[in-house]
Ligand binder design. Structure first.
Ligand code: NAD
Ligand code: DAU
Length: 353
């Protein structure tokens, strides 16, 4: 499948903007409209250098969604609807925020996804829904199983439950209305342009700012890290070769018992120590803070379906190298995050974190 134009929702956020840069670079002939509300997590600067049109608007607002579609028709010279797609990244994405105020998560993640599905139904547009491994709940540290596309949904937080709900809407719209949709559930991303509330950029910018990194609970929780550039290439592979109605898990690891079963799995303590080491500090120069309520213990993705059926492979298999590049980016782009740092830390401090 090839496309003449795509709408990228949430394209001014972390993963969405990395995807927009990826498509601009790898497929310059494809026209891109970014539909983004520019919440605290969205930043126009993330799109500098990318070839795209930004429509500032809310995915939960029918008129804004229609405006983005009309803009796509305009810049593709009225391309046929079968040559157009919506790639849906926009979301309220931070668990800690969802624990304090779930409301925007309901509107953006559920109502917003509904609006996009409806416009796809009206114009017969291809839809790809970006979701998360968190919909599957969590695993024990010693659980021999990993998440697979068929793993039952068991989300823990307001964030992950709204993502799970949005996945179910997509599945229902495929079955009931014949929407041409696919879903991907990816593990934790790292890389440039990630808002500094999230674990890795928070600790990197803490160290640059002379603040001790903060580890929740005992630091034993495991996340399955993937570089955001690999997430982009995986999504592109699904758009090109994915089977309508299917769910693909995106991660760097394979099935239990196979050579690459560990993938990007690392506990938070290991990640903080690696960051400190790369940045030339003592490995134990961090502090423990209050844990997150309902904190998921471990995520682990088996991405064999994507690898075996669609032939995708990750490129960033050396976590330390990818982390080094990410740290370099935050060091070189202090203007991008400095003005937000105090307010993000003040917000966490209020919560003992
Ligand atoms: P982010 O918070 O960095 O960016 C979200 C973007 O969506 C922002 O640009 C924001 O302005 C925009 N947005 C929010 N509400 C909107 C609305 N109502 N209308 C239009 N735009 C709106 O998020 P991210 O980390 O880049 O995550 C992107 C997607 O990937 C999300 O769907 C998330 O669930 C999913 N995901 C994230 C990760 C991760 O590790 N961060 C992993 C797997 C899946
Ligand atoms: O698994 C995919 C998910 O990864 C995405 O769906 C979410 O959008 C994304 O935010 C991320 O969720 P997490 O909750 O795993 O990410 P976060 O960066 O908030 O935290 C990662 C881990 O680090 C988690 O175990 C909590 C811990 N943590 C976090 C912060 C901010 C700390 O120990 N200290 C911190 O300061």
């Amino acid at each position: 499948m090839s496309y003449k134009g795509i709408i990228v929702t949430g394209g001014a956020g972390f993963i969405g903007s990395n995807f927009v840069h990826f498509v601009s670079r790898e497929h310059p002939e494809i026209k891109i409209v970014v539909l983004d509300k520019l919440t605290y997590a969205g930043n126009k600067k993330n799109l500098e250098g990318a070839n795209c049109e930004l429509v500032v608007g809310d995915i939960a607002n029918k008129g804004d969604v229609e405006k983005a579609y009309q803009k796509l028709l305009e810049i593709t010279n009225n391309a046929n609807n079968e040559d157009l797609a919506i790639v849906h990244y926009a979301a309220e994405s931070h668990n800690d925020n969802s624990l304090r105020n779930p409301e925007p998560f309901i509107f953006t993640n559920l109502v917003g996804t509904y609006r996009l599905l409806e416009i796809c139904r009206e114009y017969n547009l291809r839809f790809h829904h970006i979701s998360t491994d968190e919909v599957y709940g969590d695993l024990e540290l010693d659980d021999p199983n990993k998440f697979e596309p068929e793993t039952p949904y068991q989300p823990s937080s307001p964030y992950s439950s709204t993502k799970a709900g949005s996945d179910l809407l997509v599945r229902a719209w495929v079955r009931s209305f014949g929407i041409k949709a696919t879903i991907s559930n990816c593990s934790n991303n790292y890389g440039p342009y990630q808002y500094i509330e999230k674990f890795i950029p928070r600790q990197v910018t803490n160290i640059i700012s002379g603040i001790k990194p903060k580890l929740y609970g005992e630091g034993k929780n495991v996340r399955d890290w993937i570089h955001t550039e690999d997430h982009s290439s995986a999504v592109w592979t699904i758009l090109e070769k994915g089977k309508i109605g299917e769910t693909y898990l995106i991660g760097t690891g394979t099935a239990p018992g196979t050579k690459n079963e560990k993938g990007g799995e690392k506990n938070n303590k290991e990640v903080i120590e690696t960051i400190l080491e790369i940045m030339g500090h003592n490995k134990d120069d961090y502090e423990f803070v209050k844990d997150r309520p309902g904190h998921d213990m471990r995520y682990a993705i088996d991405a064999s379906k994507l690898m075996n059926e669609l032939g995708w492979q990750p490129k960033y298999t050396d976590f330390k190298k990818g982390l080094q590049q990410t740290i370099d980016w935050y060091q070189a782009n202090q203007d991008w995050w400095k003005s937000e740092k105090d307010s993000v830390e003040a917000f966490y401090a209020k919560n003992g974190q």
